[in-house]
Design a protein around this ligand. Sequence first.
Ligand code: LMR
Length: 398
Amino acid sequence: MFEHLPVAPPDSILGLSEAFSKDSRANKINLTVGVYKDEQGRTPILDTVKKAEASLLKNETSKGYMPIEGHPEYLKAVTELIYGGSGIDLGRVAIAQTPGGTGALRVGADTVIRHFPGTRIWLSNPTWANHGSIFQAAGMETPVYPYLTADKTSLDFSAMVTELKTNGRRGDLVCLHACCHNPTGIDPTLEQWREISDLLAEKQMMPFVDFAYQGFGDGLEADAKPLHLILEKNPEAIVCNSFSKNFGLYSERVGSVSIVSQEAKNTEAVLSQIRQAVRCNYSNPPRHGAATVAAVLTSPDLKSEWVAEVNSMRDRISKMRSMFIDGMKQATNVRDFSFLSRQKGMFSYSGLNAMQADWLKNERGIYIVGTGRINVAGMASSTMPTLCAAIADCLKAT
Ligand code: LMR
């Protein structure tokens, strides 16, 4: 059966990280996968996570199965974190714990497609490299809406809206990045979010919101505002969240999928369908990561300490973005990188092309994604001069 299987191509993001690990050059820099690093290049375990884990280790009494939908206190706390302040009746939210944001996207897609075969989902062009694969694996068609202007430095809002208005159909899903658009770091303004919200409501298209970077844009509450604006006009929505980034729990795989229905009386049926999708995928979720998040979010002291930790990660990223812009200004006058100051979150879309990404990897051991996406959270003050000089040389050589 397996004799003639071809070798699959490496993953466009994780494959580069694997190649980086094998690179023996001492001054190599990894700006590929979206993982936060501190000034020393470490991906730290948050202090609040360490404290919560210590108490879990002491007090845990069983490793029995979790409910299919996940850890009860976690689900309550996550519902509050995402929807608190939106004004919606939280009884309308059917929520399940998932293995990271990726698991959330797949469970959400599986739940929909089982009952609405032929459902399409609109993706921004560009979007996270894995979005298309996940939704296609679930059996969905993935038409795209334009997102960037031709120079790739700003949102082309009118092209985005025109495409969805013209070719969107009632019942289509529309995948939106709640904040810190991956890969561009370019988000709509709140006024534009209001227009998106009106458009989806008018066309009866379903918001499918990927919320993987809460806290990395403008703050935990501010980053939920676009979602809350969507919910003001749209009675139903699907939301996927992740604690990989804002809790640094990458390898624990902690996220959630939630489906908001028009009325609380629908929630039980919706949750029962999500549970079915979970049961035939991985049966029920793992405990540890969710128990850790629940312990932090339900303790007022730990929660405020965690908010400060998220704020400090965001501040460091934003400092690195400014340093990079200044560094590039000094290193070259071939290209102006000041447009990066309008981008938010872990990533910046640098405008570098696939050939330039290859040049940086081959000539200097600097790894960025082939689309030109740079993980700003992987930059450090100490390596900034090397990075900026390499990009300046690359622009000259290519
Ligand atoms: C990324 O975009 O780099 C992250 O979301 C990690 C991943 O799985 O691709």
